[in-house]
Design a protein around this ligand. Structure first.
Ligand SMILES: Cc1cc2nc3c(=O)[nH]c(=O)nc-3n(C[C@H](O)[C@H](O)[C@H](O)COP(=O)(O)OP(=O)(O)OC[C@H]3O[C@@H](n4cnc5c(N)ncnc54)[C@H](O)[C@@H]3O)c2cc1C
Length: 280
C-alpha cells in the first residue's frame, strides 16, 4: 500500500511549519527499509514525510567528552567514519553484520531505533556504548538513556510527530566485541546478538556493558553480568560465570526466526565468545 501523499521538507523549521497541514496518519520516511515492509502489511499511514534531505539529521559533532551522531546517518556512512571507529568501536563492529551492503547504504541509525525492534543491530551496539537518544518536537528537545526509549516490542517513547535527532555517546576508552547469530554469518536479521563494551585497566575490568538483542521484548542490558565483571580479570572462570548470568537475564520467545530454548542457550555461547575476544 502506498501513501496518498509524500512530502519532503528541506529543513527542520520547514517540517515543524508543515505538520499542522498534513493528514493525521503520517509517518517519517528515512531510508525506507522498515517502512516499506510495514506498508506491505498496510501499517504505514496516508502520508509519508521524507526526512532524508534534512541536513540537521546528518550532523556529526565531537566534543571533549562526547560524540553526537545524527539520526539520518546511514549505517554505511557511520562505518566509514574515523571517529566512529575510534569512539564507537561496537557500532563499527556491528556494521558488517547489518543486512547487506545495499541496505546499509539506505538504512539509518535513527530508523533502526524508531522501529522499536528487539533485534536491531545498531541499537544493540549503541546500548553497549552507553548512548543517550536525543528527541525533538518543534522547538523542544529531550534526552534519555537509550535503554529507556524502548517500552515494548515496536513501542518506543516517541510522542506523535517527535523526531529522533540523534544519539549522544560519551567518550570512554572501551574495547568492544559483537557476536551475532543469524540464519547466515552475514545478511540476516539476528536470532541472538550479544555485544560487550568494556574498559580495562591493568588487565582488570573497570567498567563493562553487555547488550543483547532478540532475546527479550526490548533490546536488553544484562546488568547483573556486567556488574559481576567489575574489578575482575577476564579469565575462563569469570567469563563463564558472567555468560551464565547474562543468560539468566534473558527471556526469549519462539518466533519464525528461532526457538526460545535455542536462543537462551546461545546467549551463553555468544557471551563467552564476545568476552573472550576482549584483549586480556
Ligand atoms: C532485507 C532486510 C534486512 C534487514 N537486516 C537488518 C539487520 O541485519 N539488522 C538490523 O538491525 N536491521 C535490519 N533490517 C531492518 C532495517 O533495515 C533497519 O531497522 C534500518 O536501520 C531502518 O532504518 P530506515 O532508515 O530504513 O528506517 P525507515 O524504514 O525509513 O523508518 C522506520 C521507522 O522509523 C521511523 N523513523 C525513521 N527515522 C526516524 C526519526 N529520525 N525519528 C523518528 N522516527 C523515525 C519511520 O517513521 C518508521 O516508522 C533489515 C531490513 C530488511 C528489509
Amino acid at each position: 500500500m502506498r501513501p496518498d501523499l509524500l512530502v519532503k521538507p528541506s529543513s527542520l523549521a520547514g517540517l515543524w511549519k508543515a505538520l499542522p497541514s498534513l493528514p493525521r496518519d503520517r509517518r517519517y520516511l528515512a531510508g525506507g527499509t522498515d517502512l516499506m515492509i510495514a506498508a506491505g502489511h498496510g501499517h504505514a499511514g496516508d502520508c509519508w514525510i521524507d526526512i532524508s534531505g534534512l541536513k540537521e539529521l546528518k550532523a556529526f559533532r565531537e566534543t571533549s567528552s562526547s560524540v553526537f551522531i545524527g539520526a539520518g546517518l546511514t549505517i554505511a556512512e557511520l562505518a566509514e567514519m574515523t571517529a566512529v571507529k575510534k569512539w564507537l568501536p561496537a557500532l563499527a563492529l556491528c556494521a558488517p553484520h547489518y543486512a547487506s551492503p545495499s541496505l546499509r547504504n539506505m538504512a539509518t541509525i535513527g530508523g533502526n531505533a524508531a522501529n522499536g525492534s528487539p533485534c536491531a543491530d545498531g541499537v544493540c551496539a549503541l546500548l553497549s556504548e552507553k548512548a543517550e537518544i536525543v528527541l525533538g518536537l518543534k522547538g523542544a528537545k529531550r534526552k534519555m538513556p537509550l535503554h529507556s526509549f524502548f517500552l515494548a516490542p515496536k513501542r518506543t517513547a516517541l510522542k506523535k510527530d517527535e523526531l529522533i535527532l540523534g544519539f549522544e555517546v560519551p567518550k570512554w576508552r572501551h574495547v568492544s566485541a559483537y557476536e551475532k547469530l543469524g540464519p547466515r554469518s552475514y545478511f540476516g536479521i539476528s536470532k541472538v546478538t550479544v555485544c560487550v563494551s568494556a574498559e580495562l585497566s591493568a588487565g582488570l575490568v573497570k567498567e563493562a556493558v553487555i547488550a543483547c538483542a532478540s532475546v527479550a521484548p526490548v533490546p536488553l542490558l544484562a546488568r547483573k553480568a556486567a556488574e559481576f565483571l567489575y574489578g575482575r580479570r577476564l579469565d575462563e572462570g569469570t567469563i563463564s560465570e558472567a555468560a551464565a548470568l547474562a543468560q539468566s537475564e534473558t527471556s526469549p520467545i519462539t518466533d519464525t526466526r528461532s526457538e526460545a530454548a535455542y536462543r537462551k542457550a546461545m546467549v551463553r555461547v555468544l557471551a563467552v565468545r564476545a568476552l573472550s575476544k576482549l584483549p586480556a
